[in-house]
Design a protein around this ligand. Structure first.
Ligand code: AHM
Ligand code: MG
Length: 345
């Protein structure tokens, strides 16, 4: 007979945390509730993508100049429509949309704003490799009634919640509201996210490095020297590090969080228009850095914590290094030593 004891649902987890904070309004649980609805819909479509011809290109380009796949479009629409009417947000931003997304006039606005990447790692869709959604929630700081870009361009240090959903061998939601990092796995038979990874803590030091090494010729001296060093030997064990790179930030970061080590997307000089790395600050790096720090890890531009960066543009890109705190510090030492100009990683 099946176990009749229901696991801890995400809703129960949030409710119990809320009880510890009598001043809480319940707004965050409403936000996470809407995110999980969207995540379940996207998860369902990702799982049947090969069957229903969602694969393939729409022929359009997104604001980054990349081809938009149908599933990216779909996920973007699902997240917008799950969030815009909720009354929690004053403004939103998506990787797929050039400008901030206003809340339609017929819906109420609320005291938060959200930035999200609806389907990250989309180059992996066609080959059935894990992809994900990333989200970051800030409190509204502007004074007007409906929010503006100022609300979205806040340092990550001020985030009130962030998380990701990984659509992998199972669908998992990993999130933090500033009280540690907690993981929930979707039980498809009941359609609920159940707590599977309470209070995730990253190892102080790991021995896995994760980076697109094809870009080696374009890296700065500091990053090259660091990667050469860890490929030679881990000072702790005397053995070389292990390489793992999926090319899906959510999956690579998820593994880094659980197994330790370092994930890197350094400044990439092969594209002169993009001398600061590929990953986007607001909806990729800030939320991942928030989770990393909440789990006891670190996230850096190579010179300073990602969470201390003050964003200047919605789709701003930054160099990104995150993982076990000792690994990230070690990388920063190489950058400081070999990259004389303050140009980050
Ligand atoms: P995307 O938002 O267009 O999917 O791009 C972001 C993805 C990340 O998931 C991943 O870390 C990175 O691009 C991989 O880039 P590369 O193929 O250059 O290694
Ligand atoms: Mg992305």
């Amino acid at each position: 007979m099946a176990d009749s004891k229901l696991g801890i649902t995400l809703a129960r987890h949030i409710y119990e945390r809320q009880k510890e904070h009598p001043e809480a309004t319940g707004e965050l649980s409403g936000i996470l509730g809407q995110i999980t609805v969207a995540a379940k819909v996207v998860s369902r479509e990702v799982n049947k993508a090969g069957l229903v011809e969602l694969l393939g290109l729409t022929g359009e380009k997104n604001v980054q100049g990349e081809e938009v796949k149908r599933l990216d479009d779909f996920a973007n629409d699902v997240f917008i429509s799950a969030l815009d009417h909720s009354g929690h947000f004053c403004i939103m931003a998506s990787e797929e949309v050039a400008e901030p997304i206003p809340i339609p006039l017929e819906y109420p606005t609320g005291p938060y704003c959200i930035a999200f990447d609806p389907l990250d790692g989309s180059s992996n869709i066609d080959v059935n490799v894990s992809i994900g959604t990333i989200f970051a929630v800030h409190r509204k700081v502007s004074h007007g009634p409906r929010g503006c870009e100022e609300d979205l361009l806040q340092p990550g240090r001020r985030l009130v919640a962030a998380g990701y959903i990984v659509y992998g061998s199972s669908t998992m939601l990993v999130m933090s509201t500033g009280n540690g990092v907690h993981g929930f796995t979707l039980d498809p038979s009941v359609g609920e996210f159940l707590q599977s990874h309470p209070d995730i803590r990253i190892a102080k030091r790991g021995k896995i490095y994760s980076v697109n090494e094809g870009n080696y010729p374009y890296w700065s001296e500091g990053v090259r020297k660091y990667v050469n060093y860890i490929k030679e030997r881990d000072p702790a064990t005397g053995r070389p590090y292990t390489a793992r790179y999926i090319g899906s930030m959510v999956a690579d970061m998820h593994r880094t969080l659980l197994y330790g080590g370092i994930f890197m997307y350094p400044k990439d000089r092969k594209d002169p228009k993009n001398p600061v790395g590929k990953l986007r600050l607001l909806y990729e790096c800030q939320p991942m850095a928030f989770l990393m720090e909440q789990a006891g890890g670190a996230a850096s531009t190579g010179r300073a914590p990602i969470l201390d960066m003050r964003p200047t543009a919605l789709h701003q890109r930054v160099p990104f290094f995150a993982g076990s705190p000792e690994n990230v510090r070690h990388l920063e030492e190489f950058i400081l030593k070999y990259n004389p100009a303050p140009v980050g990683g």
